[in-house]
Ligand binder design. Sequence first.
Ligand code: SAH
Length: 251
Amino acid sequence: MTAPWTARVLTLFPEMFPGPLGHSLAGRALERGLWRIEATDIRSFAEDRHRMVDDTPAGGGPGMVMKPDVLGRAIDAVRQGFEGAPCLYLSPRGKPLDQARVRDLAEGPGAVLLCGRFEGVDQRVIDGRGLEEVSIGDFVLSGGEPAALCLIDAVVRLLPGVMGAAETLAEESFTGDLLEYPHYTRPTEWEGRRVPDVLLSGHHGRIDSWRREQAEELTRERRPDLWSRYLAGGRGLRPNQQNPISVSRKD
Ligand code: SAH
């Protein structure tokens, strides 16, 4: 049997892992051996008496920078026997993570994830080890650990056997550049708000079209970037077009 998808995380706070990923869907999958996580303490690669991992920025300025010699050793160690996996540095300057990249990662053997702290890492490590910088959004965290947890969570739910019914993945947000339609459940009326009649009609064709219209409306309003991509892909719903989306039960 091939090894399960593995996250090798480099961090100053290995105790933060698996953290929230030890629970619920990801946690059950972890227990079942569907994926693995190995958190390695960057500090164990510091060789001086004080086990220093950071130093003052060259050129001055506030904060501290993570040292290239320590990081280089740490990266080389966790890459051993894991050469096929991409080596990512979680960074606000990185390419924004999206569902396509997540899908890509899920198809590979795993990933090495370097979590920064302080002002970040010495540029020579990024260049010298060919790290791919990945951002989880246009905001600044105090460390890469929460970003790594987000990335791993997004990957793990795509791994075979992790989600209950395979179909639940088929039509969620970003699949086909559309945000997902709104969900409702019982009770049928709550605080004077009713579940839309069409959803109670039992008419699957109409329900499909309604959901598709809602998804299109939401995407157009909230995410003009996705909307233009969707239109460019020629996937806009034209009058009388058969709705290609099939309906499935959500987890
Ligand atoms: N001085 C840096 C910010 C450092 S934040 C700058 O302005 O670009 C400290 C660490 O948090 C970073 O090294 C990175 O690993 C992590 N981090 C912060 N924001 C992030 C984001 N949006 N996505 C991924 N990682 C992030």
